[in-house]
Every structure is written in C-alpha cells, then in structure tokens.
Design a protein around this ligand. Structure first.
Ligand SMILES: [Fe+2]
Ligand SMILES: [Fe+2]
Length: 387
C-alpha cells in the first residue's frame, strides 16, 4: 500500500495546493491521500490575522472538496504542542505498518529538510515526493535528492512538473489589498471575507456582483452612482475610498425586501424596531442592511455604521457615515430642486452639507405628511446652525 501525505499550514489553502496533490497522485498513484493541516507549524509562527487551526482545517476541507480522493485529516490538531512531521509519520506508521508513506512537498521544504525535527527518523520511515515551486527549481531539487540519497539512503521522487507559482503569503497579501477573489477557490474566498481573517477586505467587483443580486435592477444605477460619489467624497475628505465603495455597494442591500421579510431579518439578527420603524421600509432597510452585510460579508464596524445611519443620520457621525449619507443623497442620478447646491456644499463643508441635507429631507417628510424619526431630528440639532 502506498500512502501519500501532504502537510502544511494551509494559511490559507489555495489552488496550487490542490494542484500539487493532483499531480503527485497522478505520478505516484497512491492508494490513499491524506492532507494534514498543521495545528502549530514548527518552522515559523503564523502571521498575525491568521485564523486558528480549526478554521484552517475548515478552509482546507473547503478547498479540497472538489478532490474527493483527498482525505483532509485533523490528526495534527488532536495532538498537543508543535506539529512535528516526525510525530505524524510515527503515528501513521503505527496505523499503516506495511505502507510506503510518501510525503509530498515543494522545493523549499526539501532544501530545508535537514532543519526538520528528527529528519533522519522521518527518512527512515517515509519517502519524499518533491514538486518544483518555481521555474528552474528542478536542478536544485535533483542535486539535493542525490545528496540525501547518498547521505542516508533517502527515497526521493522528483516530480518534474510545471510549477504553479502561488504561495500562501502571496494570497495573504492579495486578501489584505482587496484582491484574491480570482486566485482563491470561490468558497474559500467567501469564507475568509465573511470572517475577515488575514485582514481581508472584499474585492469590489466580487462584492458588486453579490450585492447587486439583492437589488431590483432599477436600483442598480443609484447604487453605482452612490459608490462613485462616495469614492469621490472619500478622496476629498481623506476617508478610505475602498471602505466608502464597500459601504455604498451594500447600503441598500435589503431595500427590495417586504416588511414581513424585514421583520424576519430583524428577528434573525436580534433587532428590535421602534413603532415608527416597524411601518417604514425606508427606516428598516438601513438597519437590516447593516446586519445582513455584517453576516454575509463581515463588514467592519466603520462600514456597518455607514450603512446603519445612511437614512436617518444621527448626531456626531463618523466621516464615513457622513460620506455615505450624503453620497446617497446627491449621487449623479439624483435630480431634485436644490441638488446642485447640496452637491457642491458636500465638497466645501461636510457638516454644513449634513445640516442642509437633513433639513431638506425633513422638509420633504413634512410635505408628505410623514413623521420624521427622532434620530434625524437629533442629527439636525447636532449639525444645525444653532449648534
Ligand atoms: Fe437606502
Ligand atoms: Fe440608497
């Protein structure tokens, strides 16, 4: 029996990991393949923002779901202390006394093999199968394989495959800079965004695609306009344009829902509407939209607040909250008497624009005979001239 073993931090797991397993399986034809995420990698500590071992295990299972021959094992998570391969090999040897155990690894693992804990012990029990990580690696792999074979009779398979240059550290970098949606497996990416591991922020085109699917098609131009205006305002006033875009993309995500659906979401997220809100989707959608955005896309508190307060405003708003409130009001598809004046004021004096925007919206409510929400009245008192 041949047992192939692929270990690592999988922080996060990416398509090159899956491909490495496929290639190794094609070359070696193992009877069983175990993928084993490390609980505590022995070589270097995991970078800040990394999820815990249970979450890396879950991500690895997600990444390998399309490769059912691979069994993702929690055996290293069940052990205390550092995850030494030597302990894993010993455990596997006890479970599979007659198997040829083959450890699949990349170039850098082979080249640092002699720094591994009890590396000679590993080589006495297991073979190695090495895949190049980068073009030009194959020579270095061959040389090291010859050396280890001569030094201690190591059994090493050199798999001469075209490398897929992709590393977990590259992936972490992409995730933190609103990229990576196209590089990582879709479900892995969505899970990372939802939990905001690795300091991840959603790639905006990925987020648009998902958020727009919640909208009536007729609302899309407004949301796109709001994003455009919010980014411009963020640039004008020194807010993070990515956060402004994210909040704008999501701000009306529950606007399409009926009041019973709004109430269902409120129940799900533990939201209690006041009497005025209960009868008015204009008020509820800001609250349920913020909660749904947090649940689906893990929005930060800053973005959550911007969605939450985009309809009523409130006293002492954050910069991002003011930007989304006003971008929603004056985005390019908006056309009402006074919009030009309000739009230009947004770029001159943000608080004065808040005061004018609140005044205009309260006048509109009064004209329609609608009772204004207390949050708007308090906001006007805060931003109004008498403050
Ligand atoms: Fe809205
Ligand atoms: Fe809106």
């Amino acid at each position: 029996m041949r047992l192939a073993v692929y270990g690592g931090s999988f922080n996060p797991p990416h398509p090159a990991h899956v491909r490495a397993c496929r290639l190794a399986c094609e070359a070696l034809g193992p009877d069983k393949l175990l993928v084993i995420p490390a609980a505590t990698p022995p070589h270097k500590p995991l970078p800040e923002g990394s999820p815990d071992a249970m979450e890396r295990l879950a991500l690895t299972r997600t990444a390998f779901r399309a490769f059912p021959e691979a069994e993702v094992s929690d055996m290293e998570l069940r052990r205390e202390g550092r995850s030494y391969s030597s302990d894993t090999v010993r455990e596997l040897r006890a479970a599979y006394p007659d198997a040829e155990i083959v450890l699949i690894m990349g170039t850098d693992m082979l080249l640092s093999f002699e720094t591994w804990h009890e590396w000679r012990g590993i080589l006495s029990e297991a073979s190695l199968a090495v895949l190049p990580r980068n073009d030009g690696d194959i020579g270095a792999i061959e040389r090291e394989a010859v050396r280890l074979r001569e030094a201690c009779g190591a059994k090493i398979y050199v798999l001469d495959e075209t490398p897929m240059p992709m590393s977990s550290s590259d992936m972490r970098e992409l995730l933190a800079s609103r990229r990576g949606a196209g590089e990582l497996d879709g479900e892995v990416y969505a899970r990372i965004i939802r939990k905001r591991d690795y300091g991840a922020k959603p790639q905006l085109d990925w987020l648009r695609e998902r958020a727009y699917s919640f909208l009536k098609p007729t609302r899309v131009p407004h949301v796109a306009g709001c994003e455009h205006e919010a980014v411009k305002l963020a640039e004008r006033w020194g807010a993070d344009p990515g956060d402004a875009a994210e909040a704008a993309i999501l701000h009306d995500i529950t606007k399409k829902l009926s009041m019973p659906e709004q109430l269902q979401l409120a129940e799900k997220y533990g939201i209690v509407f006041d009497a005025l809100e209960r009868g008015n989707i204009k008020l509820t959608h800001a609250i349920t939209g913020a909660a749904l955005s947090r649940d689906l896309f893990g929005v930060t508190d800053a973005v959550y607040g911007a969605i939450r307060w985009h309809t009523t405003g409130r006293p002492d708003m954050t910069l991002l909250e003011k930007i989304i409130y006003l971008a929603d009001y004056v985005e390019p598809t908006r056309d009402f008497p006074g919009v030009e004046r309000l739009r230009s004021l947004c770029y001159e004096d943000l608080d004065a624009a808040m005061a004018l925007g609140l005044e205009m919206s309260l006048e509109e409510l009064e004209a329609a005979g609608t009772v204004p929400h207390g949050d708007s009245l308090e906001a006007l008192r805060w931003y109004g001239k008498d403050n």
